[in-house]
Design a protein around this ligand. Structure first.
Ligand code: XIL
Length: 368
């Protein structure tokens, strides 16, 4: 942080701290981010159907809502090729009625294949790939602002395919070309949708992160050379503090990616708190410190124009849904029955130190 950024951060803190809990000047992360040229939002899904308080809260902070599951292939076409758009329609209607831009996560992903697509021939898969994109992107044209056209293309460790690609039905059906094809078909179905190539793990400074980085850069370059409508590269940014990180090196990599002429999105931002102590104050401080360091480095890259949390509050945390998180907590010496505190507001939707750290980093970000 240079002197200007330091002063900006201090000013933001001075502005924001007294406002906590005060009705006079409640925190609005979306407005703060917009003032810096950053679109701010959160993942959301069917939890909003049964939680009116949460459904009312999200738009107080967000200007974008990322549908986290219900627009995925396996959720739309779970039992057969025949789609069920009921929940997705409701979610898109909710977000648009609240003035939120909608992001679809994700259009094409090799993970979570349905049973019927696993049994299908490659010729059938090619047909359903094209048809799924055309129908789904076409249905929401003009209502969904952006799509992760392809999610998580790489898995360069054991079990990965040629070129470190993540294996699954679409890779099997088309080879590497499935990626360019997804962009081509999505752009044809909605020429105005912002199309994102979304990837995990790049933030980490370990074999996995360093394995994915050059491959993703090469892929993005290849797509650009081919004239694909690659608008943005998304970095999920599920930070895992039990792994090694070098935020400055990652920010330099992000700048290199942006130099290809793509916008940069942080698409699934949170801090996995499994390695932090049970004590809530200590844990919240550790999460906030991680937020401050990471965003402090990455938001200095001017092409980062979108920041999406996954999720906004501990009230609906995806970590609480997955078994491996509890195993990580016990491996880290914590009580596996504790709930995740990986997000920015608590279960009562009260602001946490992580939200302040995020606000400070946004306030200190380079103007777009
Ligand atoms: C998560 C969902 O939010 C959860 O509901 C689900 O139980 C697990 O997956 N990377 C991705 C997302 O691309 O699809 C994942 O979403 C989070 C990690």
């Amino acid at each position: 942080m240079d002197r200007r950024q330091f002063l900006a951060a201090g000013a933001a803190a001075a502005l924001l701290r007294p406002a906590f809990g005060s009705a006079a000047a409640p925190l609005d992360l979306g407005a703060l981010a917009a003032s810096r040229g950053i679109q701010f939002g959160s993942a959301f899904d069917r939890e909003i159907f049964d939680d009116a308080a949460y459904a009312a809260f999200l738009p107080t902070q967000c200007r974008l809502g990322a549908v986290s599951n219900s627009v995925k292939f396996d959720w739309l076409r779970n039992q057969s090729w025949e789609p069920d758009y009921t929940a997705a329609d409701r979610l898109v209607d909710y977000a648009t009625s609240k003035g939120l831009a909608v992001h679809g996560a994700a259009l094409i992903w090799n993970d979570w294949p349905t049973e019927w697509i696993k049994r299908a021939s490659n010729a059938e898969r090619r047909y359903w790939f094209d048809r799924h994109i055309t129908e789904t992107v076409g249905r929401y044209a003009g209502r969904v602002h952006s799509w992760d056209a392809v999610n998580e293309p790489f898995w360069p460790l054991d079990g990965g395919g040629d070129g470190g690609l993540r294996v699954g039905p679409w890779l099997e059906a088309f080879g590497r070309d499935y990626i360019a094809r997804a962009f081509e078909r999505a752009a044809a179905a909605d020429p105005n949708a912002v199309l994102v190539l979304n990837e995990a793990f790049c933030e980490q400074n370990d074999d996995l992160g360093n394995g994915v980085r050059p491959r993703l850069l090469e892929l993005a370059n290849e797509l650009k050379q081919k004239g694909a409508k690659l608008d943005a590269v998304g970095f999920q940014a599920h930070l895992m503090p039990h792994l090694p990180y070098d935020d400055a090196a990652f920010a330099a990599y992000v700048a290199e990616m942006a130099a290809l002429g793509v916008a940069i999105h942080l698409t699934e931002f949170d801090v996995n708190d499994s390695s932090f102590p049970d004590d809530i104050a200590e844990r919240d401080a550790a999460v906030a410190a991680r937020v401050r360091d990471f965003l402090g480095a990455v938001l200095q890259v001017r092409q980062v124009d979108t920041l999406i949390c996954w999720h906004l509050s501990d009230r609906h945390s995806w970590y609480d849904e997955v078994d491996w998180y509890r195993t990580q907590v016990s491996d880290g010496g914590g009580n596996p029955a504790r709930g995740a505190r990986s997000h920015f507001f608590d279960r009562d939707l009260k602001i946490k130190p992580a939200a302040l750290a995020m606000a400070e980093a946004i306030a200190a970000s380079a103007p777009r």
